[in-house]
Design a protein around this ligand. Structure first.
Ligand SMILES: [Zn+2]
Length: 231
């Protein structure tokens, strides 16, 4: 199950929630690496439900499946993004894969300086996707604090988190199970390289590359990798 990831390589929040134009909402503005236009990645695999071009090119992205929230709950998540200057490549119904660049910072609409306005709403997109709140600003339905919806990981550089505590996705555990074992001496005759035909085929992982490309493989200490071209 996907963990929704903060959608920018650089977290530099320039306006927090419930202040100024974000009054009565959990909207945040992220200005990315610098004053230029940073890319916005899809936080989860989702489908575009609405594009509102007459204002700030607002785009609603709804998760295809339920996602895992940082508090462990499981639900759909819908996000609203605003200010990209050009959304001509997007359309309602377009599926965006997690991590794909699909949006950019910009200044479309009421924005001073390039940034991406983003809001999280728990659950699926419904009705118009937003409402005019008590302060007179349009905000996403079922709005939630971004740190209660989005995770971070080691790839995200934190320049300003506005003191919001985002939960980190822990890296996969390192397998140390072989570290404490005494090395087993190998008898002389087994140290010699065996010719191919003597290799024990049942212990061999066979992987045929479907196309010419780079592939990654995880090797343990002393494991041997033999690359062989099929003839
Ligand atoms: Zn904003």
């Amino acid at each position: 199950m996907e963990k929704p990831l903060f959608p920018s390589e650089y977290m530099r929040i320039t306006q927090g929630y419930n202040e100024g134009t974000h009054k009565n909402s959990y909207a945040i503005d992220n200005a990315g690496k610098d004053s230029g236009i940073s890319e916005v990645y899809a936080p989860f695999t989702g489908i575009i439900k609405k594009i509102y071009k007459t204002d700030a090119n607002e785009v609603w992205l709804e998760s295809i499946d339920k996602v895992e929230y940082p508090d462990g709950t499981v639900d759909y998540l819908t996000m609203l993004f605003a200010h990209d200057n050009n959304v001509e490549d997007l359309f309602v119904g377009k599926v965006i894969k997690k991590g794909e660049v699909f949006y950019h910072e910009g200044t479309k609409g009421n924005a001073s300086g390039n940034h991406c306005h983003m809001e999280c709403g728990r659950g699926k997109f419904s009705n118009s996707g937003w409402h005019k709140n008590a302060a007179g600003y349009w905000s996403i339905d079922n709005g939630e604090r971004p740190e209660n919806c989005l995770w971070i990981d080691d790839t995200i550089k934190i320049l300003n988190n506005f003191s919001y505590q985002f939960k980190k996705i822990s890296p996969p555990p390192v397998d140390n199970s072989d570290n404490n074992k005494e090395p087993v001496p190998i008898p002389d005759d087994e140290q010699k390289e065996k010719p191919d035909e003597e290799l024990n085929l049942k212990d061999i992982l066979t992987f045929t590359a479907p196309k010419t490309d780079l592939y990654g493989v995880y090797l343990k200490e002393n494991q041997k990798l033999i690359i062989k071209e099929l003839t």
